[in-house]
Design a protein around this ligand. Structure first.
Ligand SMILES: [Zn+2]
Ligand SMILES: [Zn+2]
Length: 459
């Protein structure tokens, strides 16, 4: 099949699966997912899906909560169809952390005769199952319990290894089941978090464009349209999401899955994640260090998107002094940088410093080359920043949905905001507005301006 910017809007999510797709961008796009069922009572189709793939015995994985909301239904449909399975339930009463211990617990359950892992849940369980599934070479089928994040279809699994949140390349799940009957009953804060994750694509797509203009990164307009079309369906029906309307929940789940497919198409996380996600990852790590109760991923992404929109606005309004940026780049102090990383990243610092050195991320010559490129393309770059909705618009979208819009509402303090803006770029290699501002020596100045701004709004 061929996809173009004109026909992509007409395609159904199922059209993206299967064979390689010829794209206008000249690349062949492909995703490793074989089947996606997002509809009412979709779980009833699980046994049929397992049999079609010729699986014989499933390891059903849940936690105490997801077992209640969907695990029992899964067991009953498998039982009725006489499909052989074994259930493992993580017994953590508090939040399950996707670390080495959790991986080990799951791994132990994979007996010789198991040929598929049926994962019941969202974020953490998804990550754990995808990782273990990849390691043992047994596919996984995801039964989603909430439309709360966009990792369902992604090939990456985010684990916490050696205290550092690390993304591992795995394989996609073989199948995804989004049972609308279950998804629409998910806790409202989880649904709103999923919506926040979708709103974050505004900033992710802007960062991708920035990578294209400044670093000649590969970019696909068709994939961008896939993502923006599915976003629009959600943003145009916020009321439906709030009232748990079936079609709105279906659109939200589809949007979350489509962004995952988009990542596979591109071969990296560009269509789904940028500076807003880097901020969210940074806060997540800090909360872990400070033993603070975790905040839902999409909620942090939503708040991160307000911040990156504010940064975009500041760039669009400012007069960039390139001579000063060049002087500053030439006097870059690696040891000062290292000190900051050690102070803020604590247990995770060593790994960050190691990756930074390996990838020469602080290379002065590379920075100077980027500054040059920015100067040459500054008009186009400013247009990119002007094309995103304003912070005010993003806030009103999130507020309308009923989501938190002030960092402090979810425990993200002033120092988390400032340090996040300054340091979140260290958690991932991809170039974003945070790297851009750092290149131009505007990051610190803007970090305090945004923080002041937020303080005023919260008052
Ligand atoms: Zn393409
Ligand atoms: Zn996300």
């Amino acid at each position: 099949m061929n996809v173009t910017i004109n026909n992509v809007a007409m395609l159904d999510i199922k059209d993206f699966l299967g064979d390689e797709i010829k794209c206008e961008c000249k690349k062949l796009h492909h995703v490793g997912i074989d089947r996606i069922i997002i509809e009412k009572d979709a779980i009833s189709k699980l046994p049929e899906m397992l049999r079609d793939f010729q699986f014989k015995k499933a390891l059903v994985v849940a936690d105490l909560h997801t077992y209640e909301v969907a695990g029992k239904v899964v067991e009953s449909v498998l039982g009725e169809e006489k499909f052989s399975y074994k259930t493992f339930i993580f017994q953590e009463l508090e939040e399950l952390v996707p670390d080495e211990a959790a991986v080990g617990k799951l791994l132990i359950q994979v007996e010789k005769d198991i040929d598929v892992i049926v994962t019941i849940g969202t974020g953490t369980l998804n990550d754990l199952a995808k990782f273990v599934s990849h390691k043992v070479g047994i596919p996984t089928i995801i039964v989603a319990t909430a439309p709360s994040m966009d990792g369902f279809a992604s090939t990456g699994a985010a684990l916490i290894v050696d205290n550092l949140k690390t993304s591992f390349e795995c394989v996609c799940p073989k199948g995804i089941i989004g049972d609308i009957t279950i998804l629409k009953q998910a806790p409202m804060n989880m649904i709103i978090a999923g919506f926040g994750d979708i709103v974050g694509k505004y900033s992710a797509l802007t960062d991708w464009k920035l990578g294209k203009v400044i670093n000649d990164e590969y970019y696909c307009d068709v994939v961008v349209k896939m993502v923006t079309d599915s976003m629009a369906k959600c943003i145009n029906n916020i009321e439906g999401i709030k009232t748990r309307e079936e079609i709105a929940i279906k659109n939200l789940m589809e949007a979350l899955v489509v962004t995952g497919i988009a990542m596979s198409f591109v071969g990296n996380s560009r269509p789904a994640s940028g500076s807003e996600h880097h901020l969210a990852h940074y806060w997540e790590m800090m909360f872990l260090f400070e033993h603070k109760k975790a905040v839902l991923h999409g909620t942090k992404v939503g708040i991160g998107t307000i911040i990156t929109a504010k940064l975009s606005e500041l760039v669009a309004q400012s007069n960039i002094n390139f001579a000063e940026a060049i002087a500053k780049a030439n006097s870059f102090d690696q040891s000062q940088w290292q000190e900051n990383v050690m102070r803020l990243y604590q247990k995770a610092a060593a790994e960050i410093i190691h990756i930074n050195e390996k990838e020469e991320r602080n290379s002065i010559s590379k920075r100077l080359a980027r500054i040059n490129r920015i100067q040459e393309n500054i008009d186009e770059i400013i247009d990119v920043f002007k094309s995103v909705p304003s912070a005010k618009e993003i806030k009103s979208i999130l507020k309308h949905a009923g989501g938190p819009i002030h960092p402090r509402e979810v425990g993200i303090d002033e120092h988390h905001v400032v340090n996040g803006i300054l340091m979140a770029k260290e958690v991932r290699t991809r170039y974003t507005i945070l790297n851009f501002l750092s290149d131009l020596d505007l990051l610190e100045k803007f970090a305090y301006e945004v923080s002041e701004d937020l303080k005023k709004e919260e008052a």
